[in-house]
Design a protein around this ligand. Structure first.
Ligand SMILES: [Zn+2]
Length: 431
C-alpha cells in the first residue's frame, strides 16, 4: 500500500546518448503505460544556464561547449581549436555532436530542478532518469558525459543540507563525483563498480579513499566480473549501512546514480544483475526516509534500462512489487521492443545483439560470466571498508558551510590517468 504523503517528482526529457537514442522516451513511455504518471509530480526538464554549469565546470570548458553549438548553427566565425577539444576531452567517446550544448544543459537542468524540489521540501523523492552523467570532470568531458549533473545537483543540495551522500551503482566507477568531492568532509561518495585491467575508467581502487579533510569520505567498492544479484545485494546492503551510519542524525540528502549497465547482457558491462536488483537497492536507500534524488546513468540495452528504472519508480511510489509474471502493458508505445524478454516487466533481454547494438565487437562484455566475487574476496573488501568507517565514527567530520565545500579543493585528474589515456578512451565506455 502506498505510504500517504510520500511525494515523488519525475523530471524528464528526451535527452540521451546516440547509442541509446530511444531510452529516455522508452522509460517515460513505460512509466506512463504502467499507470504511474498520475501518482507523480511530472515536469519537463528545464535548461540550465552557463552560469549554473560554472558552479562546477571551468569557464573555459563551458564556453567551449557553447561555442561548439554556435559552430553547428553556421553562425560562428572560426574553427574550434583542435587542441582545445583534446584538452577538454571532446573526442573519441565524448566527441561533441550537433546539439551538445542543449543536451548538456537539459541534463543538468533536469537534475538541478530535481535537487531544488528536494531542497525546498516540495518532494521527498525526485527522479531524473536522464541524469547520472558521472564521468565529466571540471575541465573535461568523458565517457559521453559532457556536464556532471551529479556533482552540480549535490552542490545544490549542499546549500540546504549539511551532508550529502552519493551512492553510485553504475558498473563504471563514478570518477567525476569522486574527483569533485574527494577533499570534502561533507560529501560521502560511494561507488560500487567493476574494476579490472582495461575497464573504463580505470580508477576506483579500494585504496582511493579521499584526501585531507575528506579522507575516508570516498568509498570505492571494486568488484569483479560476473557479479550476481545475490552478491550485489549483499555488498550493497553492507555499503549502504555504512553510508547511513556516516550520516547519523545530520541534516542530509542522498543522490543515487542508478546506471543499468550492470544488468546481465549489457554490451558495456560484465555483471549479471537483473532490473529488480536496481529497484531493491533503491528500496534500501528509500527506507532511510531521507530526501533522495534518483538519477540514471549507463545502460545500453534500452529495454533493460527502461524495465529497471520503471521498477525503481514503482519502488519510490511504494507500490506493491510487481510479481514475476507482470507483463509490459500492451498499449505501451514501445511494446514490441519488449519481445526480447517475452514482454515481462522483470525479464532481462535475451540476445542483446538482436537489438542493434554492436555486440560482436572484440571488446564485447555481454557474454555470461561466472561469479568471480567469491566470499573471500568480498569479505576482504568489506572488512577494509568497515575498519575505515570505524575510524570515521571515532572522529566525525567537522561542519562546514556549503560555500567552503569542494570547489577550492577540486583535484584535477593527472594527465595519463583514466580518461586521458587514449588507449582507454577509444574503447566503448560511456556512463
Ligand atoms: Zn556505466
Amino acid at each position: 500500500m502506498a505510504e500517504p504523503g510520500r511525494r515523488v517528482a519525475l523530471i524528464h526529457s528526451e535527452e540521451d546518448t546516440p547509442e541509446t537514442p530511444e531510452r529516455a522516451r522508452m522509460v517515460t513511455a513505460l512509466i506512463t503505460s504502467l499507470g504511474l504518471m498520475p501518482r507523480l509530480a511530472c515536469e519537463a526538464a528545464p535548461r540550465a544556464s552557463a552560469a549554473e554549469l560554472t558552479r562546477y565546470h571551468s569557464r573555459e570548458y563551458v564556453a567551449l561547449l557553447e561555442e561548439l553549438d554556435r559552430d553547428d548553427d553556421d553562425s560562428a566565425s572560426g574553427e574550434v581549436d583542435e587542441r582545445a577539444l583534446e584538452r577538454h576531452g571532446l573526442e573519441f567517446d565524448a566527441a561533441a555532436f550537433p546539439g551538445v550544448w542543449a543536451h548538456a544543459t537539459t541534463i543538468v537542468g533536469g537534475s538541478l530542478r530535481a535537487a531544488e524540489l528536494l531542497a525546498k521540501g516540495e518532494s521527498d523523492v525526485a527522479i531524473h532518469w536522464q541524469g547520472g552523467r558521472h564521468h565529466a570532470t571540471a575541465e573535461r568531458a568523458a565517457g559521453f558525459c559532457f556536464a556532471n549533473d551529479v556533482v552540480l545537483a549535490a552542490l545544490r543540495l549542499l546549500a540546504t543540507f549539511r551532508v550529502v551522500v552519493i551512492i553510485d551503482i553504475d558498473i563504471h566507477h563514478g570518477d567525476g563525483a569522486e574527483d569533485a568531492f574527494r577533499h570534502s568532509p561533507n560529501v560521502l561518495t560511494a561507488s560500487l563498480h567493476l574494476r579490472e585491467p582495461g575497464f573504463f575508467p580505470g580508477s576506483g581502487a579500494l585504496s582511493e579513499c579521499g584526501h585531507g579533510r575528506g579522507k575516508h569520505s570516498t568509498v570505492n567498492v571494486p568488484l569483479r566480473r560476473g557479479l550476481s544479484p545475490a552478491t550485489f545485494a549483499r555488498a550493497f546492503a553492507h555499503v549502504a549501512g555504512m553510508c547511513r551510519g556516516w550520516i547519523g542524525d545530520r541534516s542530509s540528502a542522498v543522490v543515487m546514480v542508478c546506471g543499468a549497465d550492470g544488468i546481465r547482457g549489457d554490451p558495456r558491462g560484465g555483471w549479471r544483475l537483473e532490473p529488480a536488483s536496481l529497484a531493491d537497492a533503491v528500496g534500501v536507500v528509500l527506507d532511510w526516509r531521507l530526501p533522495t534524488l534518483l538519477l540514471g546513468g549507463g545502460g545500453y540495452v534500452q529495454t533493460n534500462a527502461a524495465r529497471a528504472w520503471a521498477l525503481c519508480t514503482m519502488r519510490a511510489l511504494q507500490l506493491p512489487p510487481a510479481d514475476g509474471a507482470a507483463q509490459i502493458p500492451p498499449d505501451d508505445e514501445f511494446y514490441e521492443r519488449y519481445r526480447d524478454g517475452s514482454f515481462l516487466l522483470h525479464a532481462v533481454a535475451e540476445r542483446a545483439g538482436a537489438l542493434g547494438l554492436a555486440c560482436a565487437r572484440a571488446d564485447d562484455n555481454s557474454g555470461s560470466h561466472a561469479e568471480q566475487n567469491d566470499d573471500a574476496y568480498l569479505e576482504g573488501v568489506l572488512s577494509t571498508l568497515r575498519a575505515r568507517f570505524a575510524s570515521l565514527s571515532a572522529s566525525p567530520p567537522p561542519a562546514a558551510c556549503a560555500s567552503r565545500v569542494t570547489l577550492a579543493g577540486v583535484k584535477r585528474r593527472p594527465e595519463g590517468e583514466g580518461h586521458s589515456d587514449k588507449a582507454h578512451v577509444v574503447r566503448p565506455t560511456l556512463t
